[in-house]
Ligand binder design. Structure first.
Ligand SMILES: [Ca+2]
Length: 483
């Protein structure tokens, strides 16, 4: 009798575990993560561009949840990407800037910058590694920027990824020595190639869960137009907000590729089981686009440098035509993707963000809890020099940013600048363009937020620049400021 029961039990366990295994495998959603480079807050139709055309992205956005207060992890490429992949704020992974060299003229820098590192520490496990380990087929396609080779960071396939910050010789072949692109056909635009590679990967892995990090080079410089689209935008009346013809062709190429991928998903019957995430690594490139009414552009810590478009389409889970105004940032993506994929979280790694799944499913309206208002943070202990032709929406004409920390809590945003101790406080609900510095009007709030910001700096081990730069020359700086 006992033996029979045990056998039955064993049988039941085997059946249920095999059922569970097949269930979990077929139920696990695919993830298409479309990640653009230097793509501004208003650069899509659904965010309000009056010149750039993105009908495919607009349609997908309308089928999901659009986040209106989504932020990049930093105002420029490498640090933002490191936050996204690691789930950690920059003081923990120490990728503070693109490269470790000081930027801008030495005579203008009051402090020695903190160089940080330029390779993502391989001890830090990425969400891609979690997904891969849990059974996903994983691929990265496009810009990587965090090491020479993305493969050890959790990708089965790498097309185009290297330490380079853009396609080394532009958007058209040849791409010598670029993995997966060395034999790109003559005349083929790289954005098109990446979409084709994504479709190939989906076809090959259609019967198992897959995740593609489609991290387009677009729309980073060089602003190489897609030639076939030039005539269309040259003859289109310029918008008030956006006018840049080359940029318009680059954006349409991304959107056309998204349309082709969507067609492939339809043909393969995968639409209902594929999550689509759309995001950018920092604000738009100042000389080519505009984030108005936001102030600033790529490189500044005003909203235009860090607030970016973000939506999630998750069939059956996210209500179509929904939106969220919750402030979210790059470190929130890691726990979100792992939860969506059922991939679990790493045991011995600090993750700074929170899963967005409760917002996506409508279970919660906000990530703040009753006792503690959630805050999100940035730390940039370095310099970014001005663009030559655009310096009207930054704190001073010489730099897009000087060393700073920034936090957002509720409607409020505090900037702390280390050179001069400058504090700027804004209420983004009333003043999204950050025009009225309220730090003197609200000293108590300023002080409370600064206390919290400093506690965060301490907790994360943030390097605060404090050593005077011996090359600083106030006379040279003053002369440059007079120009
Ligand atoms: Ca970027």
């Amino acid at each position: 009798m006992l033996k029979t029961v045990s056998l039955l039990l064993l049988f039941a366990v085997l059946v249920s575990s095999s059922l569970f295994a097949s269930d979990s495998d077929t139920d696990r959603p695919n993830i298409l993560f479309v990640y653009l480079d230097d793509f501004g807050w208003k650069d899509t139709g659904f965010m309000g561009s009056d010149f750039f055309e993105t009908p495919n992205l607009d349609r997908l956005a309308s089928q999901g949840m659009v986040f209106t207060n989504a932020y990049a992890g930093a105002a420029n490429c490498a640090p933002s990407r490191a936050c996204l992949l690691s789930g950690q704020y920059s003081p923990r992974h120490k990728i503070y800037n693109v490269g470790t060299r000081a930027r801008g003229k030495a005579q203008f820098r009051r402090l020695k910058h903190v160089p940080g590192v330029n390779v993502l520490n391989p001890e830090i496990k990425t969400w891609a590694q979690r997904l891969q380990k849990s059974g996903y087929a994983t691929a990265t396609m496009g810009k990587w920027h965090l090491s020479d080779d993305p493969v050890p960071y959790g990708f089965d396939l790498n097309i185009g990824g290297s330490h380079a910050g853009g396609p080394p010789r532009g958007y058209y072949p040849p791409h010598p020595n670029v993995p997966g692109l060395a034999n790109a056909p003559n005349g083929e635009y790289v954005t098109d190639r990446l979409a084709t590679e994504a479709i190939n990967f989906i076809r090959k892995n259609k019967d198992r869960p897959w995740a593609i990090f489609l991290t387009h080079f677009a729309v980073h410089t060089p602003l190489n137009a897609k030639k076939e689209l030039l005539a269309k935008y040259k003859s289109k009346p310029p918008g008030k907000l956006h006018q840049h013809v080359n940029m318009a062709t680059m954006i349409q190429a991304v959107d056309d590729g998204v349309g082709l991928i969507q067609n492939a998903l339809e043909e393969l019957g995968l639409v209902e089981k594929t999550i689509i995430v759309f995001y950018s690594d920092n604000g738009g490139y100042g000389p080519a686009t505009d984030m108005a009414p936001l102030k600033g552009y790529k490189g500044t810590y005003y909203e235009g440098g860090i607030r970016v478009p973000f939506f999630v389409k998750w069939p059956g889970k996210v209500t179509p035509e929904s939106s969220s105004s919750e402030p979210i940032t790059a470190v929130d993506i890691y726990p979100t993707l792992c939860e969506m994929a059922g991939a679990g979280l790493p045991e011995n790694q600090i993750l700074d963000g929170e899963s967005l799944v409760p917002l996506l499913t409508g279970e919660k309206k906000s990530l703040a809890d009753e006792t503690d208002e959630r805050a999100i943070f940035w730390h940039f202990p370095a310099y970014l020099q001005s663009y030559r032709d655009v310096n009207d929406e930054q704190r001073d004409p010489l730099f897009r940013t000087r060393p700073c920390s920034v936090m957002r809590m509720g409607d409020w945003k505090l900037h702390q600048y280390f050179e001069d101790g400058g504090l700027e406080l804004y209420n983004l609900n009333d003043d999204v363009g950050e025009t009225q510095n309220l730090s003197e009007k609200y000293p108590k709030r300023t002080k409370n937020m600064l206390t919290r910001l400093k506690a965060w700096q301490q907790e994360t081990g943030a390097d605060i620049p404090s050593v005077p730069n011996p090359e600083f020359d106030s006379a040279v700086e003053a002369a440059a400021l007079k120009k």
